[in-house]
Design a protein. Structure first.
Length: 448
């Protein structure tokens, strides 16, 4: 800018002067806003009450309304907020403040109207749940139900879906309930599995067994034969006593994914259907030539829980001794030892490799003792006492130890057992019983 030209220079000076004047003398609403920021709430409210003839800006008006609500001056808050609305300033925040004022003043109808208005402006999950809670508190199930039905079933939260299901069940709107269950079951939300079971229960309750079976198989196919789908569906059939349909589902799963269907054995057992569990176990074993490694823990668990060892015997007969790791073989042999005693191990002598006996020394102790190898039996018992054993295993341990009494192996066991252990205590009591001689009765030989 050239200062030798008087007109532009004068205009510039006027402009700068105007800005300085505006900064030094702000609008009244801006000045008030700065003042109340430094005040206590009660004093700030008095200051705003005294300034009601000033054109208050929206942010200052919201502060005014909040202070009024906090002080219990609900009519003042309503007046300020409705003035903003009349100026085209309606927002969810304003509606929520009006709803809060209505609630605190004991006007639930007005509260719900303002909450509904806020939700209409911005239909968020939070606002929907807040409005739903207000309807529920005021015992207006029809309005709450309509609110939740206004949203697609797949877009509801898990909590809202459960609430809507309750409302539909209470009003006996079973067609809508079925549609809700199906939406959730076909979705990928966290409650999809629960929805599948609820939907199947709904169909079974209505005697629609064929439809329930068809939907379960549809989910199974859609999941690319994921056994988890059947693990979710089968318990629903079992809980309704539909054993034939549950078994049909399991056998369909066996045909579709034979190597993985062993997971369904436990489903039957966990629902108290031991007979069906064992029957399906046999069907699975008959269908599979080789036993996949991941199936062995399930087969062992079934044997341990039921005492039915035919499944394990069939599985082990399909598997070469060298094909199984030591921990699997020892877990299998332990079931035979527990339920059928040491004599049962003879059928599996080829599997009793040294690494197997070392992994589970209780089996080694029983096997050695049954072959009259007392020294080895004592060594295995000492090793077993240093590991973890169940009450049942300790009983077996004690029975094997008792067969060594009176031998040098028993002395070895006595001195080698871990000090201050359960094994040491049991052996000490046994040793004292051996050493203690019976005392003849004083009346012996008399009165005969």
């Amino acid at each position: 800018m050239r200062f030798d030209q008087p007109l532009p220079f004068a205009l510039a000076i006027c402009t700068f002067a105007g800005l300085a004047l505006a900064l030094l003398h702000p609008k009244p609403s801006v000045r008030i806003e700065g003042e109340i920021a430094m005040m206590e709430p009660s004093v700030a409210l008095q200051r705003l009450d005294a300034a009601d003839d000033i054109d208050i800006q929206p942010n200052l008006a919201l502060t005014y309304a909040a202070l009024a609500i906090e002080a219990g001056e609900f009519d003042v808050a309503k007046t300020v907020l409705t003035r903003l609305q009349s100026q085209g300033q309606d927002t969810p925040e304003i509606e929520l403040m009006l709803a809060n004022a209505a609630r605190l003043s004991g006007n639930p109808k007005s509260e719900m109207d303002h909450l509904a208005a806020a939700y209409a402006i911005t239909p968020t999950v939070t606002l929907r749940q807040q409005l739903g809670l207000a309807y529920r508190a005021d015992r207006q199930p029809a309005q709450e139900r309509a609110l939740l039905l206004s949203v697609s079933g797949v877009d509801l939260t898990s909590h809202d879906a459960r609430r809507l299901a309750d409302l539909l069940r209470q009003s006996r709107q079973f067609v809508l309930l079925e549609a809700l269950y199906l939406d959730r079951a076909d979705g990928d939300g966290p409650d999809a599995d629960d929805a599948k079971q609820l939907f199947i229960n709904h169909l079974l309750e209505g005697g629609r067994l064929t439809e329930a079976h068809q939907h379960a198989m549809r989910w199974f196919a859609a999941s690319r034969q994921d056994q988890h789908m059947l693990q979710t569906a089968i318990p629903a059939f079992l809980n309704w006593g539909a054993l034939d349909e549950a078994m049909s589902l399991a056998l369909s799963g066996l045909q579709a994914a034979p190597t993985k269907a062993y997971q369904l054995i436990v489903v039957f057992l966990d629902t108290g259907q031991q007979g069906s569990a064992l029957a399906f176990q046999q069907a699975w074993l008959d269908h599979n030539g080789d036993i996949p490694p991941e199936a062995w823990p399930v087969l062992i668990d079934i044997a341990e829980r039921t005492g039915y060892l035919a499944g394990l015997r069939t599985a082990i007969s399909k598997t070469a001794p060298e094909a199984l790791p030591a921990d699997t073989i020892s877990a299998v042999m332990l079931q035979f030892l527990r339920y059928q005693g040491p004599a049962s191990l003879y059928s599996f002598s080829a599997y009793l490799r040294r690494d197997v006996l070392q992994h589970q020394p209780l089996i080694g102790a029983a096997w050695a003792a049954d072959q009259s190898n007392q020294i080895n039996s004592a060594a295995f018992l000492i090793a077993a006492a240093k590991g973890e054993m169940t009450e049942w295993d300790w009983l077996i341990w004690g029975n094997i130890a008792a067969t060594l009494k009176g031998s040098s192996a028993y002395q070895t066991l006595l001195t080698g057992a871990p000090a201050q252990s359960r094994a040491s205590s049991a052996l000490q009591l046994g040793f004292m019983a051996i050493r203690k001689q019976p005392v003849p009765p004083l009346s012996a030989g008399k009165g005969d």
